[in-house]
Write a protein that binds this ligand. Structure first.
Ligand SMILES: NC(=O)c1ccc[n+]([C@@H]2O[C@H](COP(=O)([O-])OP(=O)(O)OC[C@H]3O[C@@H](n4cnc5c(N)ncnc54)[C@H](OP(=O)(O)O)[C@@H]3O)[C@@H](O)[C@H]2O)c1
Length: 261
């Protein structure tokens, strides 16, 4: 629908939203933001204890919102399908999918030979293939219900070299997810499905590593880490009607990091 007024254009009230890996960090901030604005939200994650805690916290804060947690390892096809099926059963249609569950880790890639490339395969499986699987499964439902919005949380690491850590696995997976975003945006526009990416820089989450924090901050023109709620604001925009003409976009939110590096 094309907006004719800005009055309710940014509303996500009543929208049904799945956020993978929403039990902490950026995912939890997005779940919080959507729930605060009246959306119905499901979060996923592997650790059931962490999931129960996040769910209880969100439900306490937003007693009128419909919020669920599904335990899932998003790299497993059967878990991903179970999330989609449970969500459709509990909520009805899917309006927004946020592919967020991601992780890095690794070291100099020459060392990957010793671990049979486990460090490569693990990160590609989570940060790229799992995003693709969930996108396909959600799109199948969105196509039937007239459309939807898919948001892939990638990284500015997909667009530049983040220093000084070595992380070719993570940066490559995120770069793949960015181009996957562009391809799917084109391929699924005819179904009314929009596909966009948010590429964050450094945010105040568990990602903070004491010996690197000052270095990363010094490379960031705004001089600070982002706050998770700032990613949530962008995710709400991409899930709302205000962004109906936006698809295939890679929205960088990194305090100017890639401009200066
Ligand atoms: N934080 C940043 O500054 C930053 C910067 C750029 C990009 N990003 C991207 O933003 C996303 C979120 O980052 P974050 O820092 O908020 O991460 P985080 O704090 O490590 O949280 C990751 C979330 O994903 C879940 N998760 C991890 N592996 C999973 C799996 N296999 N299946 C299902 N859930 C899984 C975790 O729960 P369980 O452990 O219970 O599974 C947790 O809820 C990631 O894609 C990351 O690459 C973050």
């Amino acid at each position: 629908m094309t907006i004719t007024s800005l009055k309710n254009a940014f509303s996500v009230e009543g929208k049904n939203v799945i956020i993978t890996g929403g039990t902490q960090g950026l995912g939890l901030a997005m779940a919080d933001g959507y729930a605060e604005l009246g959306a119905n939200v499901a979060i996923t994650g592997r650790n059931a204890e962490k999931g129960a805690k996040a769910l209880a916290g969100l439900r306490e804060k937003y007693p009128n919102a419909k919020i669920e947690y599904y335990q899932a390892d998003q790299t497993k096809q059967e878990d991903a399908q179970a999330v989609i099926d449970a969500f459709v059963q509990d909520f009805g249609k899917i309006d927004v999918l946020i592919n967020n569950a991601g992780a890095g880790g690794g070291d100099d890639a020459i060392g990957y030979i010793k671990d049979n490339f486990e460090n490569w395969n693990r990160v590609i499986a989570l940060d790229l293939t799992a995003y693709f699987m969930m996108a396909c499964m959600a799109a199948e439902k969105m196509k039937d219900s007239g459309g939807g919005s898919i948001i892939n949380i990638t990284s500015n690491a997909a667009l530049t070299v983040n220093k000084p850590q070595k992380m070719v696995n993570y940066s490559t997976a995120k770069a793949g997810a960015n181009h996957m975003t562009e391809m799917l945006a084109w391929e699924w526009a005819e179904y009314g499905i929009r596909v966009n990416a948010i590429a964050p820089g450094y945010f105040r989450t568990d990602l903070e590593i004491p010996e690197l924090t000052d270095i990363w901050r010094s490379y960031t023109p705004t001089g600070r880490f982002g706050e998770p709620i700032e990613v949530a604001a962008l995710a709400v925009y991409l899930g709302s009607e205000a962004s109906e003409q936006m698809t295939g976009a890679i929205l960088v939110i990194d305090g100017g990091y890639i401009l200066a590096n």
